[in-house]
Design a protein around this ligand. Structure first.
Ligand SMILES: *Cc1c(COP(=O)(O)O)cnc(C)c1O
Length: 388
């Protein structure tokens, strides 16, 4: 499948080659998070300004924001691109970005998504299937052989690793290396890992996706999505989808996402250390039937996680003894931990996932805990005190 791109879209490839060569010299992603997305010309504001513009004075290439972007979106795109090792397109939300990936599929395509998959992405796949645009296969993310086999017959492999909310880790390196049907695309939802723990483009993926609503923003105050690619044709194609579908990020949201990204490494480091300690304590607690965290040696895909991830992330899922009612009771007893959906923020949040439409396959007593940056002793006092 060659991606049929409007020749006009290729202009964006040329327009968006502004890249700070200084960034490549930085050995660490932590430093790139801080240094990227800044205009270094003398007299420029140190931080990318919030530019609430729809249009620009003609004559210098940039005319209309939906077509040509804004300096605020570009700061976010440069930061994420520097982390993922590619070129990034920012969207109004994670789902807007996912829709731009699915938009690359010609009618009659076959797409493959994991059994355990973010419910919005599964819903998007299902809506296209219902309309007869594509067919959908679902495979267990840890069945590497099944994915390798599907790669020769499918047009898009959409992987999510670690997965939401069961935290299954797929062997991305093996699946990316498998021979594919000509033109087939492989995309990885990198939201749970973040680009600090996993760089899908390095592992061989064509597209790396993240909901920037989560760790990049990090403060539960914005919606945004990002797609990173290395290939120029894919960059142009994804930009074209954003332009035609109008799925552009907000100015304030992009500004806040840049602000959030600056501290992402520190937030992740703290939250991840908290998550490991809480996972171990949950694992040992009599009120918990099963703890799912890729960092625990008991986790079914721990070996792949250890080989593939730099860190095990900040999400811990666990099954409470006593079923759905007992799990709901935990959510109503916690005080420091917020009873709320979403994840990847400074504040810890907890939610019973089987209560959500499309998530009926989950154990009824499964709670998904997104661990924040509070002190771990306070978190454990709150959580331990709420368990049955
Ligand atoms: C939140 C999330 C999405 C969707 O992102 P939005 O910003 O909510 O549109 C996709 N994948 C995963 C794993 C997510 O957690």
């Amino acid at each position: 499948m060659a991606i049929p791109i409007d020749p006009n879209a290729l202009q964006w490839v040329a327009m968006n080659t502004r890249k700070d060569p200084h960034l490549d010299a930085l050995a660490s992603l932590e430093s790139r998070l801080v240094a990227a997305g800044r205009d270094r010309r003398p007299g420029s504001p140190l931080n990318a300004p919030l530019v609430p513009a729809s249009n620009f004075v003609l004559g210098a290439g940039r005319a209309y924001a939906r077509d040509d972007g804004t300096p605020t979106w570009e700061a976010l795109e440069e930061i994420v691109g520097a982390l993922e090792g590619g070129r990034t397109v920012a969207f109004a939300s994670g789902m807007a970005g996912a829709a731009a990936v699915f938009d690359q599929l010609p009618a009659g395509s076959q797409l493959v998504i994991p059994d355990d998959c973010y419910q919005g992405v599964a819903g998007l796949a299902e809506s296209g299937r219902r309309k007869g645009i594509w067919s959908v296969r679902r495979l267990p993310a840890d069945d590497t052989g099944a994915w390798i086999q599907a790669a020769t017959q499918s047009d898009l492999l959409w992987l999510e690793s670690p997965s939401n909310p069961l935290l299954v880790v797929a062997d991305l390196r093996a699946i990316c290396a498998a021979p594919r049907k000509p033109g087939a695309l492989l995309a990885v939802d990198n939201t749970f890992a973040t680009s600090l723990n996993q760089r899908p483009l390095d592992l061989g993926a064509d597209l790396s996706f993240q909901s920037a609503t989560k760790f990049i923003g990090g403060h539960s105050d914005l919606l945004a999505g990002v797609i990173s690619v290395r290939r120029d044709d894919l960059y142009a194609a994804v930009r074209e989808s954003r332009h035609l579908q109008g799925a552009t990020p907000g100015a304030l949201e992009s500004f806040l996402a840049v602000r959030g990204a600056r501290t992402m490494a520190l937030r992740l480091e703290r939250a991840q250390a908290n998550a490991m300690i809480l996972a171990e304590r949950l694992h040992a607690h009599p009120g918990v039937v099963r703890t799912r965290y890729p960092g625990l040696p008991s986790h079914p895909t721990h070996a792949v996680a250890r080989a593939q991830l730099l860190g095990y992330g900040t999400i811990v899922s666990f099954d409470v003894r006593g079923g759905a009612a007992a799990a709901d009771a935990v959510c109503s007893r916690v005080r420091l931990i917020q009873h709320a959906t979403s994840l990847g923020a400074v504040e810890s949040t907890i939610e019973r996932r089987a209560g959500i439409p499309g998530q009926e396959h989950l154990p009824p007593s499964l709670l998904r805990l997104s661990v924040g940056i509070e002190h771990v002793d306070d978190l454990w006092a709150d959580l331990g005190g709420a368990l049955p």
